[in-house]
Design a protein around this ligand. Structure first.
Ligand code: ADP
Length: 236
């Protein structure tokens, strides 16, 4: 079981953003995706969630070729994501933000509200339920965006720079949450982060991209020992 890119290339006009990328996220695992700016991380996430079609290669979900599936199809098939900016419905309260997503996934309103309330409770943020999304402090907004992504019990969750703009303490709390999402809910997570320390502390497996190619993949020790990674980040 996995959500995988198989030898994926993505070209924008003549520009090759990804070339021959192969990686797989497994249920219950937190995988990290790091690399310098422009390495192709967001393009990977977009391709794994139907926001970008591969030019070559395949996207596979539990072995099935889903390369042609649209973004809402991925969501319905259990692949959720968060965005760099929250993208909440500002005019609705937090519970409604989650419930609307559930309804969009085919749930009845009452069931969606029930699940929304459960998720907020599980995350320890039930106090936010009736707060308008528009007025939320930044870190709460990010947590609500993650809560919303958990609606409909996805099997995979892709997090695009969830710790951006957070303090060290807030990032550590976020790291705990991501670990719990994987271990307690069995969700396979892919974490893109500029904060490499956070990635190495949370992820058992890390893939490093540079120039649209995988230049290293392995556990924390392998990444820290890699000459290719050092060169990509520090040019030495
Ligand atoms: P990262 O997330 O690692 O910073 P991206 O995946 O955002 O990298 O981008 C990889 C490369 O592809 C960059 O050079 C970027 O400018 C280019 N790129 C991304 N999206 C597009 C697009 N829609 N059109 C043209 N070029 C793009």
């Amino acid at each position: 079981m996995s959500l995988a890119l198989e030898n994926v290339g993505v070209a924008f006009g003549g520009f090759q953003a990804l070339a021959g990328v192969t990686l797989a996220v497994e249920p219950g695992q937190v995988m990290g995706l790091i690399g310098p700016n422009g390495a192709g991380k967001t393009t990977c996430v977009n391709t794994l969630t139907g926001f970008q079609r591969p030019t070559t290669g395949r996207v596979r979900l539990e072995g099935r070729d889903v390369s042609a599936l649209a973004a809402h199809g991925f969501r319905r098939e259990g692949v959720a994501r968060t965005f760099q900016a929250g993208r909440l419905f500002g005019g609705l309260d937090v519970l409604d933000n989650l419930a609307c997503t559930g309804v969009g996934l085919g749930q009845r309103r009452a069931a969606a509200e029930h699940e929304a309330s459960d998720i907020l409770g599980w995350m320890g943020i039930s106090d936010l339920e009736s707060r308008p999304a528009a007025g939320l402090p930044y870190t709460d907004e990010r947590r609500v965006a993650i809560a919303r992504a958990l609606m409909g019990a996805p099997r995979y969750l892709l997090l695009d720079e969830p710790a951006a703009g957070m303090s060290e303490k807030e990032a550590a709390d976020l790291a705990d949450l991501i670990r719990r999402i994987a271990s307690e809910r069995g969700i396979g997570c892919l974490l893109i982060e500029h904060n490499v320390g956070l990635v190495l502390s949370v992820c058992a497996h890390v893939v490093v991209l540079d120039g649209g190619r995988v230049i290293e993949a392995g556990d924390r020790a392998a990444i820290l020992a890699s000459d290719a990674v050092r060169e990509a980040y520090f040019g030495a």
